[in-house]
Design a binder for this molecule. Structure first.
Ligand code: EPU
Length: 340
């Protein structure tokens, strides 16, 4: 039996997209379920454990004084095929952008609006990733996750995951309790395109819907993303730093009196979702730089790191942004990025 190796004082800079230089007291590379079983048997999963994939939604403010499980579980397979659907089981360590590319190349629909979201497959359901009118909850059939406590692999249906806007059961009651090992997607062979999101709709305005392919949608999404969102390979960031807040109708109408052009998404229950990026911009933060960190010049929801900076500096900037929105609009922004 190959014994799983535990490394000590391991620098996590390459494993978080902010590139923050912190140490993991212990780190183990996980390539398969038996690695997890061995660690469980040896009692190594009893203390503080952090499952880390690409680290594209995390901000480290200090060293991690526990065991980091680095997700490197590669591989994918078709487990079922019907006239209409492909059921693709993907191991947690596969890169999300490569998965989308693979599905699009094969003509399987459902992932194309989520082209180029940085990160790995196993992390995607945790915060129900989404972009341009689609979310993982729309295409996920089920997932398998290793229970760090019991050492058993459990299956979660889509419903079990309790998905909603940028959250799931793995971000709430089961936070840090499971290692997601694989995700099964239900992809469509006879797809219907989703181009209702404004910039996509505008891009295809002059085209007949029957002439648009999922590859067209994917490349348009890639273009829109590249024009607004910084690629963490070139400029360190963790995507949207805050969630878009939801406010009551009364609150919304009150803001609208002073800001008639406030962008908004009315929700079925009568509340309104308001873009946090707009609120941040109104408070004068867009494009602002403080030393080696700042607010992105093209998308105010993204905090960027230009050079060496600590996680605490970023956290302080985020807090200042949050405070100014609270003062000006009486809205409490919620951080989307996990702060550790
Ligand atoms: N806006 C501004 N200023 C800005 C940017 C945007 O006022 O600097 C306003 C505009 O009115 C725009 C509206 O905000 O119409 C919405 O902006 P955008 O379409 O860029 O989307 P978002 O709400 O800022 C969300 C997701 C992104 C996702 C995009 C596209 C969240 C927290 N963020 O951003 O997800 O890519 O929609 O679907 O829901 C991520 O989660 O890391 C992420 C990047």
């Amino acid at each position: 039996m190959i014994v799983v190796i535990i490394k000590e004082n391991f620098c996590l800079a390459p494993f978080n997209t902010f590139g923050i230089e912190v140490l993991a007291y212990n780190l183990s590379i996980i390539t398969n379920i038996s690695n997890l079983e061995q660690l469980h048997k040896a009692g190594k999963l009893k203390g503080r454990v952090l499952v880390l994939s690409k680290g594209s939604n995390i901000l480290f403010t200090k060293n991690f004084d526990g065991l980091v499980l680095l997700n490197q579980m590669w591989g994918k397979e078709i487990i079922k095929e019907t006239a209409q659907y492909i059921y693709l089981k993907v191991n947690a360590g596969e890169f999300w952008p490569s998965l989308v590319e693979y599905a699009v190349e094969n003509g399987w629909g459902g992932l194309e609006n989520m082209t180029d979201i940085p990160g790995k497959v196993g992390a995607a359901p945790i915060q129900n990733i989404g972009a341009y009118g689609a979310e993982i909850k729309d295409v996920m059939e089920s997932l398998e996750a290793f229970n760090l406590d019991s050492g058993e692999v459990e299956t979660f249906s889509n419903k079990d995951c309790k998905f909603s806007y940028r959250t799931s059961i793995f971000k709430t009651e089961f936070k840090h309790k499971y290692f997601i090992t694989s995700v099964t997607f239900k992809l469509s062979k006879q797809h219907s395109l989703n181009i209702s999101y404004k910039p996509l709709f505008e891009a295809f305005r002059d085209k007949n819907i029957d002439d648009i392919t999922i590859a067209d949608v994917s490349s348009e999404v890639a273009k829109i993303r590249a024009s607004k969102l910084p690629n963490p390979d070139n400029l360190k960031n963790a995507g949207s730093f805050f969630k878009n807040p939801v406010v009551s109708k009364d609150k919304f109408n009150e803001i609208k009196l002073s800001y008639p052009d406030i962008p908004n998404y009315p929700l079925v229950n009568g509340d309104y979702k308001v873009p946090a990026a707009w609120l941040i911009e109104q408070c004068g933060w867009k494009g602002k730089r403080q030393g080696n960190i700042g607010v992105h010049e093209k998308q105010a929801l993204v905090i960027v790191k230009y050079g060496k900076a600590s996680g605490n500096e970023i956290k302080q900037l985020a807090d200042s942004i949050k405070n100014s929105i609270s003062k000006k609009f009486n809205i409490e922004l919620e951080m989307e990025v996990n702060i550790l």
